[in-house]
Design a protein around this ligand. Structure first.
Ligand code: PLP
Length: 437
């Protein structure tokens, strides 16, 4: 496993943020999500220093779906970043952190009336309209609350970025956004512009996730600028903003490239500036929405070994005390990870094993064919790069308790979310008292 951030081998035991994993296990138990604060800070600094321009203002929105908690929202706000949400639950978590309301932006392809009302009532920064039906829906809520709302329109620009099929979002049949090729696209734009309660800022796109191909982003920028210019001329209005989404790739295993975020940002800025120059067009604000690239590598999951099994078929399993309930990505998109026996870093003898969780599902395997030091009962396994879409996609399948989350830095640990209890699980349950004949 490649060490990242502040990970260190101290006498064979892994330390993150100066705290040993054995101490973390003793204090918080396992499974445990560990976030290296320095790791996240570095990513934010790289994004901020690379994504700047003298030609337009740049804004970074943290895509909170990658990982969100009250503490994370508070951490993000300290860096002056904006934040997005796609549900009432995400909004409520962000509100609980007392996040500056005008730096919150709402996404979603099927926003409920309640969710739209939460946005308008709280005067959040903007709503990204996903489709034509939302124009009047948001307009009417604004009317009810006698407020205006800044809006963007999410576009499907038809870019086919090289990534996993399930996380491509801008192909022609995607459920997200309105297609720039739709025959009614002009009418949709006109309808937004004419809706008095809506201040139209511009267009948004997100071409997919875990993208390593710089050219895909440049192609996206080119299409967005050209389309914005066309609409601006057609309706004779100024369109001040463009949002090009997130999706910047992250190294999970040696099969992936190690992305230099600062360099990638500079490349994207170059593409935008060059395209604007070629098109003789101006934009005031350019937005990006990184999620994974901020949190993935800074996060790891710590498990305790509960047993092993050598199958008749020859495969050897190591049983860990978590699994698909805290990390669904392997089962969902065959995601790949690296791992170590975190209390046996100096052990040279290795064996090939699969890390199996404790759920009632054959597919509950976090890593297939991991090369690990020989481990035994109560050893600690750390799976790296689980910071994005691990906690946020976790579930209570088999009534598993969701793990605690700790942030670590400078030899200190900060409990951000406590482990769920059986009382938490039962807190929504009601008696069924109907007599059965
Ligand atoms: C609209 C939008 N913006 C940003 C993101 C963040 O993507 P990533 O975490 O890959 O940076 C997503 C992820 O699906 C998204 O749908």
């Amino acid at each position: 496993m490649k060490f990242s951030g502040t990970m260190k081998n101290v006498d064979g035991v892994l330390e993150i943020g100066g705290v040993s994993v054995t101490d973390l296990k003793n204090e918080f138990g396992t499974p445990l999500y560990i976030y290296d604060l320095e790791g996240m800070e570095k990513k934010i600094r790289d994004l901020k220093s690379g994504f700047t321009s003298k030609k337009f203002k740049t804004n970074i929105v943290y895509a909170s779906k990658a990982y969100l908690s009250k503490g994370m929202a508070q951490f993000i706000e300290k860096f002056g970043l904006h934040i997005d949400a796609v549900s009432g639950g995400e909004l409520e978590t962000i509100f609980s952190a007392d996040f500056q309301r005008d730096k919150i932006h709402m996404h979603g392809n099927n926003k409920s009336l309640d969710e739209i009302e939460m946005c308008v009532e709280n005067s959040i920064g903007s709503i990204i309209l996903d489709n034509r039906d939302e124009i009047d829906r948001v307009g009417e809520v604004c009317k009810k609350f006698k407020k205006n709302m800044d809006v963007m329109l999410r576009l499907n620009i038809g870019i086919d970025a090289h990534t996993h099929e399930y996380i491509k979002t801008a192909k022609h049949n995607s459920k997200f956004g309105e297609s720039i090729f739709d025959t009614e696209i002009d009418e949709i734009v006109k309808k937004i512009i004419n809706r008095e309660e809506l201040n139209f800022l511009g267009f948004h796109c997100h071409i997919g996730s875990q993208i390593f191909d710089e050219m895909a982003f440049c192609e996206g920028v080119y299409t967005m600028v050209k389309f914005t210019k066309e609409m601006s001329q057609k309706f004779n209005i100024e369109i001040p903003d463009i949002n090009i989404g997130g999706g910047f790739g992250v190294r999970y295993t040696e099969e992936d490239t190690d992305v230099d975020l600062k360099k990638l940002m500079k490349k994207i800025i170059d593409c935008i500036e060059n395209t604007l120059e070629e098109e003789e067009f101006n934009i005031q604000n350019v937005w990006i929405e990184p999620g994974r690239s901020i949190v993935a590598a800074a996060g790891s999951t710590l498990y305790t070994v509960g047993g092993e099994k050598k199958t008749f078929g020859g495969e050897k399993y190591i049983f860990i005390d978590g699994g698909m309930t805290d990390n669904i990505r392997t089962a969902l998109y065959s995601a790949k990870y690296e791992s170590v026996v975190a209390n046996k870093l100096n052990e040279t003898k290795k064996e090939v094993v699969s890390l199996a969780g404790k759920c009632c599902e054959s597919g509950d395997v976090i890593i297939k064919n991991a090369r690990l030091a020989k481990c035994s009962l109560n050893d600690l396994i750390l799976v790296s790069c689980t910071g994005a879409y691990g906690h946020s996609m976790s579930s209570n399948y088999n009534k598993a308790l969701k793990p605690a989350v700790v942030f670590v830095k400078d030899k200190k640990s900060y409990l951000i979310s406590r482990r769920e209890t059986y009382q938490d699980l039962l807190s929504t349950e009601l008696d069924f008292l109907l007599e059965v004949e």
